[in-house]
Design a protein around this ligand. Structure first.
Ligand code: BES
Ligand code: ZN
Ligand code: ZN
Length: 490
């Protein structure tokens, strides 16, 4: 779908969408319409009592007097409160109404800051238009969207275009994440994930990949223990974007859990639903997509993305429940459940990030616990942090992008739960507050860096679809992290 911005002018053909805020009249748009079309529209609006209420639509097929396929009236709701999030959701809903049309022109009228609204509407439509159909060998013509172009008309198309450019870069990042997360686990495994990330080199990102040999030298016994039952070699992916003028500035570190398939290992998961564990790399996917977004919109921040890429499989060589591994930090871990593997991977990546880069702050993203889904369902991701300031900034970015975060408590009371009689810690708690004990585990690998952990198990995959995604991978995290970087590191 091609997105364009243009000045208000009546198109000759195609589908015309007249987007009207609540209570607004067919003002200038009305003047542009020929008499026949305007009369048809006015009659239809009166008959259907169309008043521009949010999400209200009214379709008038082939009105007399014009060559339009149809005119669609779309209610935008009240002008007050028509913010970026509302505009994006409206754009996404609009896409749903016109995806079966070919060339669509949206006439926007009556909105203050029309350029921003037009750009956000376009971005919402674009995000909703994502499809992943490369493995369908027979195209289902009826379900395939026909839309070719979406043109948004406003007073100042140049301004709208300018606002839209970074949003298009962010959408590229979101799509990259969704692709990674949706690909099956026989296609995306640690090595192929890293190979895909190398595509970011073309965007100006520096990409490094460490293998088992390097990680063994670094003493990453926790991460390597998880991958040792897999035929696929574990990898540590490191992506650098430094858009700041100061080449020696301290970076922000983004860390992602990249378990390309989580069978549970010897603590094998039940068969039903195990396929979902292809998306246990969505934290790494979000970090990688964010790097693309930052690079493509030429962010002035210094950001390093680090992804621990492994496959958790049962095998003769796999680690056993009861094994004790030594992490890069030197701390020992009793692995009582091989399915609590994400924290083992992150332990070494978090430590490496601090040791190697002395970051200003670290944010990790991980599909870490089923317990977070029990607590928050699909509406919020869990936030855990040792810094009120950092937590506040992330929550704000979550609100601005509608990728919302809910903060959980942490503390000594919970940390006690992961004490082991035989090692420095065990990798599971007693069974209560499982998301918090997992976060406590991670915190044991944080020195004094401001750190936040986002448990995103409930938000990265949504079968029914969300406001901005059609179903499947949501790409959660990219828009959130991008906003967080924009607001605090540029
Ligand atoms: N990848 C899972 C968490 C998960 C579950 C993500 C469901 C998305 C949907 C993680 O590795 C895991 O298996 N966690 C265990 C931890 C337990 C063994 C302490 C869990 O949540 O059950
Ligand atoms: Zn697991
Ligand atoms: Zn997992």
């Amino acid at each position: 779908m091609k997105i364009a911005f243009a000045k208000l002018a009546l198109p000759a053909t195609g589908t015309v969408v007249v987007a009207l805020p609540e209570g607004a009249k067919l003002g200038r748009v009305g003047l542009m319409l020929d008499r026949g079309t305007k009369a048809a529209l006015s009659r239809a609006m009166a008959a259907a009592e169309f008043k521009g209420k949010k999400d209200a639509t009214l379709s008038i097929p082939a009105p007399a007097g014009g060559k339009f396929k149809r005119v669609l009236l779309l209610g935008l709701g009240p002008v007050k409160g028509f913010d970026a999030v509302t505009a994006e959701k409206t754009g996404a809903a609009l896409y749903g109404h016109v995806s079966a049309d070919e060339n669509v022109t949206v006439l926007l009228e009556g909105l203050p800051e029309a350029a921003i609204s037009a750009a956000r509407l376009a971005s919402g439509a674009q995000l909703k238009s994502y499809r992943f159909d490369k493995y369908h060998t027979k195209a289902d013509k009826n379900s395939k969207p026909k839309i070719k172009s979406l043109t948004l008309q406003t007073d100042d198309p140049a301004a709208a275009k300018k606002v839209h450019a970074p949003l298009a870069a962010i959408a590229d990042g979101v799509f990259f994440t969704r692709d990674l997360v949706t690909e099956p686990p026989n296609v995306i495994y640690p090595e192929s994930f890293a190979a895909k990330a190398r595509e970011l080199i073309a965007d100006g990102v520096k990409v490094e990949v460490l293998g088992v040999k390097e990680m063994t030298k670094l003493g990453m016994g926790a991460l390597l223990g998880v991958g040792q039952g897999s035929l696929r070699e574990s990898k540590l992916l490191v992506m650098h974007w430094n858009g700041s003028r100061d080449k020696n500035s301290k970076p922000l570190a983004l860390v992602g859990k990249g378990v390309c398939f989580d069978s549970g290992g010897i603590s094998l998961k039940p068969g039903a639903g195990m396929w979902d564990m292809k998306w246990d790399m969505a934290g790494a996917g979000a970090v990688t997509g964010t790097m693309r977004a930052l690079a493509r919109r030429k962010s002035t921040a210094h950001v390093i993305g680090l992804c621990g890429l492994v496959e958790n499989m049962p095998d003769a060589a796999a680690q056993r429940p009861g094994d004790i591994v030594t992490s890069m930090s030197g701390q020992t871990i009793e692995v009582l459940n091989t399915d609590a593997e994400g924290r083992l991977v992150l332990a070494d990546v978090l430590w490496y990030a601090q040791q190697k880069y002395q970051p200003r702050a670290i944010v990790d993203l991980a599909t870490l616990t089923g317990a977070i889904i029990a607590a928050l369902s699909e509406h919020y991701a869990g936030l855990f942090s040792n810094s009120d300031e950092l937590a506040g900034k992330l929550i704000a970015a979550g609100q601005a992008t509608n990728e919302r975060l809910w903060r959980f408590p942490m503390g000594e009371e919970y940390d006690k739960d992961i004490k082991s009689p035989i090692a420095d810690m065990k990798n599971i708690g007693g069974g209560k507050a499982g998301s918090i004990t997992a976060a406590q585990f991670l915190q044991r690998f944080i020195k004094d860096t401001p750190w936040a952990h986002l448990d995103i198990a409930g938000v990265v995959w949504n079968e029914k679809g969300t406001s901005l995604a059609g179903g499947g991978a949501t790409g959660y995290g990219v828009r959130l992290l991008d906003k967080f970087v924009e607001e605090n590191y540029e």
